[in-house]
Design a protein around this ligand. Structure first.
Ligand SMILES: Cc1cc2nc3c(=O)[nH]c(=O)nc-3n(C[C@H](O)[C@H](O)[C@H](O)COP(=O)(O)OP(=O)(O)OC[C@H]3O[C@@H](n4cnc5c(N)ncnc54)[C@H](O)[C@@H]3O)c2cc1C
Length: 307
């Protein structure tokens, strides 16, 4: 337990290290990152998406990258996102898009991020593609949800994420209900203090179950994003208890995680969506996954020594 906590904190610390980030960029997605990242460019991700679609999986792609430092950089990110949306349509891929508001200028200016989001959502609407706003750390949760609500009035093809480790999430689900939201429910990936989040894992897990039940009982389509068998089994129990059709929810998992479980769920008739990140800024994402699951370190080590 103690070792797990040290390892988690260590990798979360590394995920924010800018020197290592620059170093990693020079070496590309070797070191095992290619097992969980779709490449450094969207073109590299296309054959992977085709294969996933061929295997019956739906996809959401995320162009990795969080904190941009200038307006130009944020606009470039928005343009890259639009290019990706057009490419998805051109190649007839079964894929949605996920994005982080900090990559579009959330920390620079409200007007900038709104302008970028509207351009992206216009392109996505034209292509018939849904966009999900990932949830970042708790200091940005309120603003992210405000932006979501404001955009959702004009764009139906928009979703966002609720994290079960935050105390506020149950209220957020209730408040969002009138927006007919497309919500992805997760446990939460950032390091948060006990002031805003449950620190006890069992509380995070039981709150996720509570949120799944609430969102489904509210009649909202729900994406359950977890690799945890207990959460998957609980959702199946709810399906029977609430007499839900399999069209009312989907499971989501990260690319490269629990491949056998993904296949099994497809065979059982469930919708499974794989979150496929790509881009030069793969380093922070990779470190957060190592923090979550020390077992992932094994394939990272294999990656370092492989030819
Ligand atoms: C599609 C998707 C999108 C996400 N988007 C966001 C987001 O926008 N914001 C955010 O903060 N977080 C996001 N997350 C991350 C999420 O918050 C969790 O940090 C992450 O999913 C780990 O929690 P878990 O429920 O998968 O399982 P954990 O609680 O980490 O693990 C529970 C159990 O599940 C099993 N398990 C977990 N991982 C694996 C694995 N790789 N292989 C085998 N067994 C495993 C093990 O038995 C483990 O004991 C996302 C996750 C997914 C899947």
């Amino acid at each position: 337990m103690i070792l797990e906590a040290i390892s988690k904190n260590f990798f979360l610390f590394l995920s924010n290290n800018k020197v290592l980030d620059r170093f990693a960029k020079r070496f590309g997605t070797s070191f095992g990152a290619d097992k969980i990242v779709g490449g450094e460019t969207f073109s590299q991700a296309i054959p992977i998406i085709k294969q996933l679609n061929h295997d019956g999986l739906q996809v959401t792609v995320d162009h990795l990258g969080e904190f941009v430092e200038s307006k130009d950089e944020a606009r470039n990110r928005a343009q890259e996102c639009i290019d990706t949306i057009r490419s998805i349509a051109d190649h007839q891929l079964n894929s949605e898009v996920s994005l982080k508001l900090t990559s579009l200028g959330l920390d620079i200016s409200h007007d900038l991020v709104m302008e970028n989001m509207k351009m992206i959502l216009d392109a996505a609407e034209a292509a018939g593609i849904t966009v999900t706003i990932d949830m970042e750390d708790s200091s940005r949760c309120g603003t992210t949800l405000d932006i979501f609500k404001s955009l959702k009035k004009d764009y139906s093809n928009l979703g966002t994420v609720i994290q079960s480790y935050l105390y506020r999430s149950e209220e957020d689900i209730d408040e969002l209900s009138s927006y007919n939201p497309y919500l992805r429910l997760v446990k939460g990936a950032y390091k948060e203090s006990g002031k805003v989040a449950f620190v006890d894992k069992e509380m995070v897990d039981s709150n996720l179950k509570r949120l799944i039940r609430k969102n489904l009982e509210n009649g909202q389509y729900t994406a359950i994003a977890s690799h945890d068998d207990a959460i998957i089994d609980y959702t199946k129990e709810l399906e029977a208890e609430l007499k839900m059709s399999k069209e009312q929810f989907e499971f989501q998992m990260l690319y490269g995680m629990r491949n056998e479980t993904q296949k099994k769920l497809i065979q059982e008739g469930y919708t499974v969506r794989v979150y496929l990140p790509y881009g030069e800024d793969w380093y922070g994402y990779f470190m957060r996954r190592l923090a979550e699951r020390p077992a992932n370190i094994a394939f990272a080590i294999k990656g370092i020594f492989k030819k």
